[in-house]
Ligand binder design. Structure first.
Ligand code: FAD
Length: 373
């Protein structure tokens, strides 16, 4: 059954999540520093059972979680999503030992995860990654030494472990990549934070002969690109959900503001150009939401057209959120640009999702390939 609207239990859950985001998580987020991992916030997500829920959720529940948290606290949303991105390769491809060691800690919000795929020379073209895994004979049997760089890694350099994608076979493109679970305290692993436009914790990692063994491999040797793609396939619609949550918050603020603010003898909403703009924002947000839910449901039901639908949902929702937040800024006037205003925050937050986990242009390439295939 396609989801055209949520059932009462799902709506109730979303309302609860929005309230938790605004009342419990927002104050914690405000105490955190920009660009740093906010550990009390991650711990609260654990205490509330939301990380555990995220690790076991299907795509639709993941979308509802992300949309609802984003509505009230983007920092909480991002912290939850990054825990998922970094640890889903363990959920999906980890050994019993790896799962037992890390997943309870991730779910409790005690261990912070990160997903390390991008490099200075390999972003959209992730299969061009060059971080090399050179075979070696170690004390605990055969293994590898990792050497190279990762860049734009959310939660780096403060995360507790990294899912690292490294080249085990030269010249083999996507077929020569292996996923490794690398604890942050491995010798030779260092990192530096990067300041971004949004308050995103992010950094670069340098690998100088970092030792890994067969016990650190996630999935199979030379099959790591699939681990990365399976993770991104699950998360792609939920990036759209994050965007829909931000658009929803911007829309709600705009409805309140344009009903309240008077100019030229009446509330702004009585100007037809204003109310029509708000109607357009609401319509596009709803269209984005439906595309996201439909893509998530397609994923959960194992439908064959998931790549096209996920790409459409991510593309449309992130572009729509940018439009809606920008229009909301316009209708609020100067106050929206004051430091600390919700829209000033959303204006900075809304930009990056059009670039990460497949830029808008890459989504169009996926859609076109599916259409002509
Ligand atoms: C806030 C943030 C968080 C991130 N977190 C992570 C993370 O946790 N882990 C991780 O591994 N990476 C992460 N990234 C990196 C992200 O995945 C890359 O930025 C993304 O893949 C794009 O790569 P790039 O920035 O190198 O841009 P490039 O690949 O250099 O592309 C630049 C631009 O060229 C255009 N372009 C590229 N390819 C095509 C194409 N095929 N067709 C048409 N146009 C194209 C697009 O406009 C694109 O934006 C993050 C990035 C940001 C901004």
């Amino acid at each position: 059954m396609p989801v055209f609207s949520l059932d009462p239990a799902q709506k109730h859950w979303c309302d609860e999540l929005r309230a938790v985001a605004a009342d419990r998580l927002r104050p914690l987020a405000e105490k955190g520093g920009p660009g740093r991992i906010n550990r009390p916030l991650v711990a609260a997500l654990g205490e509330l059972g939301l990380l555990d829920r995220m690790l076991t959720a299907g795509a639709l529940d993941l979308c509802l979680l992300r949309e609802s948290l984003a509505h009230g606290c983007t920092e909480a949303e991002t912290a939850l999503a990054l825990q998922g991105l970094g640890s889903y390769p363990i959920v999906q491809s980890g050994t019993d030992g790896q799962r037992a060691r890390w997943l309870p800690e991730v779910a409790a919000g005690r261990a912070v995860a990160a997903f390390a795929l991008s490099e200075p020379g390999a972003g959209s073209d992730a299969a061009a990654l060059a971080l090399t895994a050179v075979p070696r004979e170690g004390p605990d049997g055969p293994g590898w030494l990792l050497t190279g760089e990762k860049r734009w890694i959310s939660n780096a350099p403060e995360a507790d472990f990294y899912t690292v994608f490294a080249r085990t076979t030269a010249g083999a493109g996507a077929r020569g990549v292996t996923a490794f679970l690398v604890p942050a305290d491995r010798p030779g692993l260092t990192g530096t934070p990067i300041e971004m436009l949004s308050p995103h914790p992010i950094g670069a990692l340098a690998f100088d002969s970092v030792p890994v063994s067969a016990a650190d491999v996630l999935g199979e040797v030379d099959r790591g690109f699939r681990v990365a793609m399976d993770t991104l396939n699950l998360f792609r619609p939920s990036v759209g959900a994050f965007a829909v949550g931000m658009a929803g918050a911007a829309l709600e603020a705009t409805l309140a503001h344009t009903a309240d603010r008077t100019a030229f003898g009446g509330p702004l909403k009585d100007l037809q150009s204003v109310s029509h703009q708000v109607a357009e924002m609401a319509t596009r947000t709803e269209a984005a939401r439906l595309l996201v839910y439909a893509a998530a449901e397609a994923y959960d039901s194992g439908a064959p057209d998931v790549p096209r639908r996920s790409a459409m949902a991510k593309l449309f929702a992130t572009e729509t959120a940018q439009y809606v937040v920008d229009a909301a800024v316009q209708l609020h006037g100067a106050r929206a640009l004051q430091r600390g205003h919700l829209l000033e925050h959303l204006y900075r937050e809304v930009r990056a999702p059009r670039i990460y986990e497949g830029a808008t242009e890459v989504q169009r390439t996926i859609i076109a390939k599916e259409l002509y295939g």
